[in-house]
Ligand binder design. Structure first.
Ligand code: C5P
Length: 416
């Protein structure tokens, strides 16, 4: 079977003279057995016709954000998620700026904003436009968000100027696309432990203490880590979610069982504690506590649970290289989360506001701030799967960097 065969690429064709080369790219992708769904911007349609693109892709061209027919067939959200890779070719200075700004004023930008599918951009523009600080800043922003680039190449351009700005050759684009579709696993060879979901702390054989965590964010992170090539162990409290594909999932009930399962998963390179672990358990009654008429209600004596995150963060030969905690807060989110990072000794904290009004706990979206030793970065509200992929891209970048010794001052600041 050919590399890439059976995979699906969404090809976004924008308005530049190099747009005609997207036709050749589409033809070559189909030769590889890759399905190509074309999206043509209004400016792109000034350079190539929908008819030509449709003929070469063998699929109907999508171009109108507000087309009722297209919405009824496949909405822009579904369109963006139904592919394995989005290729922007040619990526003009304009589309790169609009992507970096998060605009969504046509079909192409809307689906690029709505997607959690990897994006590969093949820039092509005049050399001065390419070298302009605005374009370079946009490229840096997009790279930091996980967009990958192929080209541009050096050479003579249609405008008769020479320098960087030429669209990458078809072979280079095909190679980059195949690498993305089949090969690139930035966390290949790495192992990861993820905790997710709530814990249930039994009170008696029929009752337990629990919380509202659904496990969605932790499961999405486990899936994204596996997608990036990591060997993942997910230690999950009770949830209704299916085991993520390609992940070893261990189901537990209590915090103490979760700790045991985590210890079994060591050593590993990355630990992400997304579980909402109960802070306390009660010494459970072996029989159901009975209501006795006239007698006072039972008193539950709470006993602290082990802190799994703090334990994993302790300096030790088994300490994962990167330990990431979560701070679900309802007030003073950043200050509480920053203090928590130091208290627990983890490397990063993912902070979020779980006040009921945010709809985050148990919902499908998340709005987080990523806190590390250097400061805090706020991310926009995203689908939990997008948060997971973005976090995994960040982890991959971090693990590629040479390892530095922990900051001694930070270690001193850790509370007991
Ligand atoms: O202490 P708090 O629950 O606010 O801290 C949240 C972070 O600590 C989360 O990453 C959670 O998974 C982790 N945690 C843990 N074990 C506990 C309590 C919290 O791993 N017993």
């Amino acid at each position: 079977m050919m590399a890439g065969a059976g995979r699906r690429v969404l090809l976004v064709v924008c308005g530049g003279i190099a747009a005609y080369k997207a036709l050749e790219l589409a033809r070559r992708l189909r030769e590889h057995g890759i399905r190509v769904h074309p999206v043509l911007t209004a400016a792109g349609a000034r350079f190539v016709t929908p008819m030509a693109l449709q003929a070469l892709c063998g699929e109907r061209v999508s171009s109108d954000l507000f087309s009722l027919t297209e919405e009824s067939e496949m909405g822009h959200i579904a369109l963006s998620r139904s592919s394995d890779l989005i290729v922007v070719c040619p990526a003009t200075a304009d589309i790169l700026a609009r992507m970096a700004a998060g605009l969504a004023d046509d079909l192409a930008t809307t689906l690029l904003l709505a997607t959690d599918t990897p994006v590969l951009a093949a820039p092509a523009m005049n050399v001065r436009m390419w070298e302009h600080p605005a374009t370079q800043a946009n490229i840096a922003t997009l790279r930091a968000r996980g967009v990958t680039f192929v080209g541009p190449e050096n050479g003579l351009m249609a405008c008769n100027e020479s320098g960087p700005g030429r669209l990458a050759e078809p072979e280079a684009m095909i190679a980059a696309i195949l690498r993305q579709l089949d090969g690139e696993k930035p966390l290949a060879g790495r192992s990861a432990l993820v905790t997710a979901g709530p814990t249930h702390e039994p009170v008696d054989p029929v009752r337990y203490l629990a919380n509202r965590s659904s496990g969605t964010q932790g499961y999405a992170i486990a899936a994204a880590l596996a997608h990036a090539g990591a060997k993942v162990t997910l230690v999950s409290g009770p949830t209704t979610l299916p085991d993520p594909a390609g992940v070893t999932t261990i189901r537990v009930e209590t915090a103490r069982e979760m700790l045991d399962a985590c210890q079994q998963a060591l050593p590993c390179d990355i630990a992400i504690c997304a579980a909402a672990v109960a802070d306390w358990h009660v010494a459970p009654n072996s029989q159901k506590i009975k209501k006795a008429a006239g007698s006072p209600p039972p008193v539950l004596h709470l006993v602290p649970n082990p802190d799994i995150l703090a334990g994993l963060s302790q300096p030790s030969p088994l300490r994962p290289r990167l330990v990431i905690g979560f701070a679900a807060e309802t007030e003073h989110v950043l200050s509480h989360a920053t203090a928590k990072r130091l208290r627990k000794g983890c490397d990063w904290i993912v902070a979020n506001d779980v006040s009921p009004a945010t709809g985050i706990m148990g919902g499908t979206e998340n709005e987080i701030s990523l806190i590390d030793a250097t400061g805090c970065e706020h991310w926009p509200r995203l689908d939990k799967s997008q948060v997971a992929h973005k976090l995994v891209a960040r982890i991959a970048t971090c693990l590629r960097a040479p390892q530095t010794d922990p900051d001694p001052q930070e270690a001193d600041e850790r509370l007991p």
